[in-house]
Design a protein around this ligand. Structure first.
Ligand code: PLP
Length: 422
């Protein structure tokens, strides 16, 4: 547990606020974030960047609640976005669109136009057809678009296959053998300005070596391009740094970022700006999902602990068999026997589980906290089974802020229409 999620007299608290109080006030399921934890995670990157030419671009798809974006914007962060909708969130949260890099394999012309209108820092482009589309859109609106190519360095990030992105077989990035011709094509387009290079090799990476391997390949490309007269001013090393969910031991953030910055400097590229695009490592351990035990259902093969949060609230276990620690919120009570449970939700799918084979001493009505739920939690939630999405709360010291209301059922079918006639 981090210093921001801790036990006070045995009961789980976020900063100065007992989680039980949040459940009493806002109900469950509810996501609870710690402003202190978000800030500390950002400062761990910022410490490494101090005195260097470096930028932190929060990859906001990990958690795009406006209040979360606001915290990072106030700390000086830029943002890595993957849609026009995310750009509108940056603006709504008070972030600076000129500090935005626009990633993603399938940008529409409308999204490009929106991003150009807001003068984003750079487009991370992944293919020649995308370069052509961006060139056409920029020409039409009378601008030059700054571009960086996302290259696929073909390195194994040694993470879950669903969240590995830097291998040949992945859909992401320009294939390594096509990188030089693609840069030449970009440099020849009149409405583009080639400014950078980008790679992002995967997510939940717990070792530095795949990053160094990818970075060396990226720097080789930068050097080759420079000999051809294509000079890049920035190097974007992507995101992907892992966090501790169970017993993973990812490198410490500041040390990790310094290692990459040092390698860039050692190879003689210290005059270029380095961009980091962290998502999970900024938010993952700054949030929990608070849920209530509805029923205990003992069985011959398995015991089930049925809770009011489900796969529609937190998809990661169903989607990636991801592990989240699950903690009782209250202090241990005398006389409640521990058993081994699968913690499951009410959704009609066998895949609807949050944790398997967990030893818990709980009774119906007890609160549980699903830990490390700040990244890829709420943002991946859905309305499956016509379940309204959870509330989101931000704790800041002793203060409790509701940062997203619980969705009401009427909201869920507000945009639907009955057929005409009786
Ligand atoms: C998702 C993503 C990130 C962030 O990944 P994390 O594993 O959450 O750090 C960064 N850059 C790009 C291009 C992404 O798609």
């Amino acid at each position: 547990m981090t210093p921001f999620f801790h036990r006070r007299d045995g009961a789980l608290a976020v900063e100065q606020v007992a989680l039980a109080r949040i459940a009493a006030e806002f109900g469950t399921p509810t996501y609870v974030y710690s402003r202190g934890a978000l800030t500390a995670a950002y400062r761990a990157y910022a410490a490494a960047c101090e005195g260097r030419r470096a930028r932190i671009q929060y990859a906001m798809k990990a958690n795009s609640n406006l209040a979360v974006l606001q915290v990072f914007a106030q700390l000086g962060a830029g943002f890595d976005i993957v849609s026009g909708g995310e750009l509108k969130r940056v603006i709504a949260a008070g972030g600076d669109p000129r500090k935005v890099v626009f990633s993603g394999v399938g940008k529409s012309a409308a999204e490009m136009e929106l991003a150009l209108a807001h003068d984003v820092l750079c487009f991370n482009v992944e293919s020649i057809p995308e370069l052509d589309r961006l060139n056409a859109v920029a020409g039409r609106v009378g601008k030059r678009a700054r571009v960086s190519l996302r290259i696929n360095p073909d390195v194994d990030a040694r993470t879950h296959p669903y969240i590995s992105t830097g291998l040949k077989a992945n859909k992401f990035g320009v294939a390594f053998e096509d990188v030089l011709p693609t840069y030449r094509a970009a440099a020849a387009l009149p409405h583009l300005e080639v400014v950078g290079i980008d790679c992002h090799i995967g997510s939940q990476i717990t070792e530095v070596s795949p990053y160094l391997e990818a970075l060396d390949k990226v720097l080789d490309v930068v050097e080759t391009l420079e000999r051809e007269g294509i000079v890049l001013s920035h190097i974007d090393v992507g995101g992907g740094l892992g966090i501790t969910y169970a017993d993973e031991t990812p490198p410490d953030t500041t040390g990790f970022a310094r290692t990459l910055l040092d390698r860039v400097a050692e190879r003689g590229h210290g005059h270029r700006e380095v961009l980091f695009e962290p998502g999970r490592s900024l938010v993952g351990n700054a949030g929990v999902l608070l849920t209530t035990v509805e029923f205990l259902k003992p069985g011959a093969a398995k015991n089930f602990c049925i809770v009011d949060a489900a796969m529609n609230d937190l998809a990661r276990p169903a989607m990636y068999e991801a592990y989240h620690r699950i903690e009782p919120v209250a202090a241990a009570k005398a006389g409640v026997q521990a058993s081994i449970y699968d913690v499951v939700g009410p959704v009609c799918e066998s895949g609807d589980w949050l944790g398997r084979d967990r030893e818990l001493a709980v009774q119906p009505g007890d609160l549980l906290a699903v830990m490390s739920a700040g990244a890829y939690g709420f943002v991946m939630s859905s309305n499956y089974n016509t379940r309204g999405r959870a509330a989101e709360v931000m704790v800041d010291g002793e203060a409790i802020h509701l940062v997203r209301e619980r969705e009401r059922v009427e909201d869920l079918f507000r945009n639907e229409r009955l057929l005409p006639g009786a």
